[in-house]
Design a protein around this ligand. Structure first.
Ligand code: PGA
Length: 229
């Protein structure tokens, strides 16, 4: 199975800079055959503006959040129904910035996993250590059935996110095992200050990496891809 590289742009980039980034990043896939799958998670307003070229290209699309509800009267929320017709195949759920700045909790994340699975979109559940067990319990409580290979979990230690202090790979390895024991047949990624210098260390024993800061500039992202391939 190809290793996944998820580029999480958070609240950065414009439509213009997104096209410029894609112009540069897509070129490296024309030049080299890669075993990697790149998944780009741009802010919502950029999705439809870049959807056409994503449809034709090698990069796949994710959104950074989703409403736990369906279509209806939920001002400001984007539902899976709004994504119909767009080439969005993944949704980030439960990122620590959602929990910290928007008050999201395990029960809400469980509902988001449920709506994604129902819409046949792959949930990418981000978990710091304290949430590994509690989130599994919330999913169980909410009776969310987790089909084999349809859930991606990213281990994201809070202190490593955006700090330049990536977690020791040996520690990550033991947490990956803990996640496997609890969640079974899922793909497990690492996220937190991943860059061109350290990505390969994590790819040795994970199914991929989630990259924030180093995904923003095309140059740093291309270096990361080259170091990971
Ligand atoms: P970072 O972000 O690569 O800037 O640490 C990671 C993340 O979004 O979790």
């Amino acid at each position: 199975m190809s290793k996944l590289i998820i580029a999480n742009w958070k609240s950065n980039h414009t439509l213009k800079s997104a096209h410029e980034w894609l112009n540069q990043v897509e070129k490296i896939f024309e030049q080299e055959s890669s075993e990697l799958k790149v998944i780009l998670a741009p802010p919502f307003p950029l999705i439809s503006g870049i959807a056409e070229r994503i449809r034709a290209g090698t990069i796949e699309l994710a959104v950074q959040d989703i409403s736990p509800y369906g279509a209806g009267s939920y001002t400001g929320a984007v539902s899976t129904a709004n994504l119909i017709g767009l080439p969005v195949e993944y949704v980030l759920i439960g990122h620590s910035e959602r929990r910290r700045f928007f008050g999201e909790i395990d029960e809400m994340e469980a509902d988001k996993v449920r709506v994604c699975l129902k819409a046949d979109i792959t949930p990418v559940l981000c978990l710091d250590k304290p949430y590994i067990k509690s989130q599994a319990e919330a999913l169980k409580q909410a009776e969310v059935e987790l089909p084999e290979n349809k859930l991606i979990i990213v281990y994201e230690p809070l202190q490593a996110i955006g700090s330049g202090k990536n977690e020791d790979p040996a520690k990550v390895k033991s947490v990956v095992q803990e996640i496997k024991n609890l969640y079974g047949g899922v793909q497990i990624l690492y996220g937190g200050s991943v860059n061109a210098d350290n990505a390969a260390d994590y790819l040795e024993f994970t199914d991929g990496v989630l990259v924030g800061t180093a995904s923003l500039g095309a140059d740093s992202f291309i270096s990361l891809i080259k170091a990971s391939g």
